[in-house]
Write a protein that binds this ligand. Structure first.
Ligand code: PLP
Length: 408
C-alpha cells in the first residue's frame, strides 16, 4: 500500500487554509460533510463558464457537452461501485432522497402486511422514510435490531427477526455515531436466503471503503457526494436493474417520460425514469473529479491513514480525559470518535472547542433512537478524513484537555 503525502493532499483543499477565531482551522466534522478539493471546485466553475446548458434536451454543442459530462460521471460511479450497468445508477439529491425514493416507489410494491427490519443505529434518513411508508400502509410493522456494549449489531437478534412476514431489510454500512462497520455482505446474504430485499445506507462507507455492488449483492445502495469530497446537493441510488425496471416512478415531470398525452403517459428507460426534472448537472459533472481524487489517492491508503488517526485520538482521549465515555468500540470501526466528558454538555464542549479553531459535531447526529438506546442526549463527535494530520489530532487532544479544565 502506498504512503500518503498528507501535506501535498492538504494543499488541494483551500478551505484548510482558513482561520477560525484567529486559529488555524482543524476540521474534524468530516462525517457531516467533507471539504472540497480544488479540482472539484474547478470542475464546478468550468461547468458554469464553459458548459452550462440543460442536459438531454438540446442538439446544440453546449447541451451535448453538459450531457456528456453528466453521463461520464454516471459511468464513473458505475465503475467505482462495480455495478452491472450504468442503468443502475440514479442521480438524486443525496442519500436521504435515495432512501425516500426506494421507500416510496419500491415500498408501494410491498405487500400490505409485513415487517421491515431496521437497526437502532440508523440515521433518521433510514428511519423516517419507512415510517412515512408505514403511515400509508399501517399493515407494515418496523422491527429493530439492537446493539451490544461495543456498539456492534446483535447479529443473533438480526437473524432471529426474519420470518415469513419479513418484506424488507434496511441498514447502514457504517454508523455515523459509533463508527461501527457492519458485516453488510453477510447480512445481505442472510436476508436473501429468506427472499428479503436489502437496502444499504452507504453514506458513511462511500468516502472510506471499497464498494463492490456485485460482490455485496444488495438490492439498493445509497450515498451522498458531499461526504466524498464532492459537491453538495447530489447523491446516488444504486438499484438492481431488475427491481428498478419493475418499480413505478418516484416523481413525475420532464426527463422521466417516454411520451406524454392526456390519455396516458409512458415513462423513460432506466435510469431516466427516476430522474424527473433538471438534475444538478453541474454537481454531477464535478462529482467525477471527486471520484478520481478518491481513486488516485487510494481507498486502502485513505482507510489506513484514518484508522491510524482514530487510534491515536482514542488512546490520547483516555489519557487527557480519564472521565471520558467513548460510544462505539467495535472491532471493525471507521474513523468516527463519539464521546462525552464527565457530565459536561456536548454543546458547551463543542462551542469551546470551536473557540480554539477545532470543528467537531455535537448533538444527536440525526440518530435520536440510538441516543435513547444509549441513554444520553447527544455526544461530541470528532471524525477524520484523509487530509487530517497527527498534529491536528494532538491539537484536538490539547483542546479537549483545555476545555475540560475550563469547565471544571
Ligand atoms: N445516512 C447516514 C449514515 C448519514 O450519516 C447521513 C448524513 O449524515 C445520511 C444518511 C444522510 O445523508 P444526506 O443528508 O447527505 O442525504
Amino acid at each position: 500500500m502506498k504512503t500518503l503525502d498528507i501535506e501535498k493532499i492538504r494543499k488541494e483543499f483551500p478551505a484548510l487554509n482558513r482561520e477560525v477565531h484567529g486559529k488555524p482551522l482543524i476540521y474534524l466534522d468530516n462525517t457531516a460533510t467533507s471539504q472540497t478539493p480544488q479540482r472539484v471546485i474547478d470542475a464546478v466553475r468550468s461547468m458554469y463558464i464553459d458548459h452550462k446548458a440543460n442536459v438531454h434536451r438540446g442538439v446544440h454543442t453546449l447541451s451535448q457537452e453538459a450531457t456528456d459530462l453528466q453521463e461520464q460521471t454516471r459511468r464513473h460511479v458505475a465503475r467505482y461501485i462495480n455495478a452491472h450497468s450504468e442503468r443502475e445508477i440514479i442521480f438524486t439529491r443525496g442519500a436521504t432522497e435515495s432512501i425516500n425514493l426506494v421507500a416510496s416507489s419500491f415500498g408501494s410494491m410491498l405487500p400490505d402486511e409485513g415487517e421491515i427490519i431496521l437497526t437502532v443505529m440508523e440515521h433518521h434518513a433510514d428511519i423516517v422514510p419507512w415510517q412515512l411508508l408505514q403511515s400509508r400502509r399501517p399493515g407494515l410493522k418496523i422491527r429493530v435490531v439492537d446493539i451490544n456494549d461495543r456498539g456492534e449489531l446483535d447479529l443473533d437478534q438480526y437473524r432471529s427477526l426474519f420470518n415469513e412476514k419479513t418484506v424488507m431489510a434496511a441498514f447502514t454500512h457504517v454508523s455515523n455515531v459509533l463508527g461501527t462497520i457492519n458485516p453488510v455482505k453477510e447480512m445481505t446474504a442472510f436476508a436473501h436466503e429468506h427472499g428479503v430485499p436489502v437496502l444499504i445506507d452507504g453514506a458513511q462507507a462511500s468516502p472510506h471503503l471499497h464498494l463492490d455492488m456485485q460482490d455485496l449483492g444488495c438490492d439498493f445502495y445509497v450515498f451522498s457526494s458531499h461526504k466524498m469530497y464532492g459537491p453538495a446537493g447530489i447523491g446516488v441510488l444504486y438499484g438492481r436493474e431488475e427491481l428498478l425496471e419493475k418499480m413505478p416512478p418516484y416523481q413525475g415531470g420532464g426527463e422521466m417520460i417516454g411520451h406524454v398525452s392526456f390519455s396516458g403517459t409512458t415513462f423513460a428507460e432506466l435510469p431516466f425514469k427516476f430522474e424527473a426534472g433538471t438534475p444538478d448537472f453541474v454537481g454531477i459533472a464535478a462529482f467525477d473529479e471527486a471520484l478520481t481524487f478518491l481513486e488516485t489517492t487510494g481507498l486502502d491508503a485513505i482507510e489506513a491513514h484514518e484508522e491510524h488517526l482514530l487510534d491515536i485520538a482514542t488512546k490520547g482521549l483516555r489519557e487527557v480525559a480519564p472521565n471520558v465515555r467513548i460510544f462505539g468500540e467495535a472491532h471493525h470501526k471507521s474513523a468516527v470518535l463519539s464521546f462525552l466528558i464527565g457530565e459536561e454538555h456536548p454543546y458547551d464542549f463543542g462551542m469551546l472547542l470551536d473557540g480554539l479553531g477545532i470543528a467537531v459535531r455535537t448533538g444527536h447526529h440525526c440518530a435520536q433512537p440510538l441516543m435513547e438506546r444509549l441513554g444520553i442526549p447527544g455526544t461530541i463527535r470528532a471524525s477524520f478524513a484523509v487530509y487530517n494530520t497527527e498534529d491536528e489530532v494532538r491539537a484536538f487532544l490539547n483542546g479537549v484537555a483545555r476545555v475540560a479544565a475550563m469547565l471544571g
